[in-house]
Design a protein around this ligand. Structure first.
Ligand code: 2AM
Ligand code: CA
Length: 275
């Protein structure tokens, strides 16, 4: 069995992310082609595709036995967590990229046999790196991130998309509204990767979304694990790495308080099981 040098993998991943970020910044000056995926709000650009292809080419060349799960489909068909898997979102927050040219990130989580080894989230325009290698602490640029301490709901800032406060199939907004009222405030940044990174960094105390894909949350999972944060599905179950999940991330005590007092009642079990 070969032993992986995760520090070398981390250096390579960061170098490729820097190069990709440079290409994305240059694209601001030209007209980019925008397409739609599932619906007219689900945007994709040539930069999403080019960036993921660039990563896939590099990884296949330098780490031929690693596999890739990517949002834009340049990766591999993956049905098991065996071996080393790079879970890649070339641009998380594509709508922000298109409309605002800010608040989007490149997100890469690297897992071995289902265990997170490296978490990298790079906010391209803010030039902020949220990064960790398992067991070596998490960082925002050069600053080590502290373990998350307990904070009561009244003093917490919650990352939450307003969609979940309107009528929707996944959670009853009547049970969520009091959480919004009782927390110190809510924020929505439009990039799940950035929002999870913010929980790891203490800028948010909790974050949840009723529907995320592996590339939206993979790197965030590794980062949160490294700072002692808890990440489950919204109904309190373990996150399935290769599937769409609801995601609920917070410090342990706050996680429990929000789950017990607000979220659990808002979940219609019958509907939820069908997701
Ligand atoms: P994206 O920008 O890569 O599409 C927006 O609140 C966050 O949710 C972004 O991270 C966005 O990722 C993600 N997102 C948007 N639509 C989604 C969908 N249908 N399934 C999973 N994640 C989605
Ligand atoms: Ca995404």
């Amino acid at each position: 069995m070969t032993v992986t040098d995760w520090k070398q993998v981390d250096r390579d991943a960061k170098a490729w992310m820097k190069e990709a970020a440079e290409r994305i910044r240059k694209s601001f000056k030209k007209r980019i082609r925008i397409g739609y995926k599932a619906n007219p709000d689900d945007l994709v650009t040539e930069m999403d595709r080019e960036t993921e292809k660039y990563f896939a080419d590099q990884i296949h060349e330098h780490y031929p036995d690693h596999r890739i799960l990517g949002e834009e489909g340049f990766g591999d068909e993956i049905s098991t967590t065996d071996g080393t898997i790079w879970i890649i979102d070339p641009i998380d927050g594509t709508m922000n990229f298109v409309h605002q040219q800010s608040h989007f990130a490149i997100s890469i989580g690297i897992f071995h046999d289902g265990v997170g080894q490296i978490g990298l989230i790079y906010d391209v325009v803010a030039d902020e790196w949220f990064h960790c290698i398992k067991g070596h602490g998490a960082f925002l640029n050069d600053r080590p991130l502290k373990k998350r301490n307990a904070v009561p709901v009244e003093q917490s800032i919650i990352g939450l998309n307003a969609t979940w406060l309107t009528n929707n199939r996944r959670i009853d907004p009547r049970y969520l509204a009091p959480l919004v009222g009782r927390s110190r405030g809510t924020r929505s940044y439009g990039s799940a990767a950035i929002e999870l990174a913010y929980v790891a960094a203490g800028r948010l105390d909790a974050y949840f979304s009723m529907r995320l894909s592996p590339w939206d949350f993979a790197a965030g999972l590794v980062l949160l694990d490294e700072v002692g944060g808890v990440v489950t599905t919204v109904d309190g179950k373990p996150v399935r790495l290769l599937e769409q999940n609801s995601i609920f991330a917070a410090e342990k005590q706050l996680h429990q308080e929000i789950f017990e007092t607000y979220i659990r009642k808002g979940i219609d079990k019958d509907l939820f099981m069908k997701l």
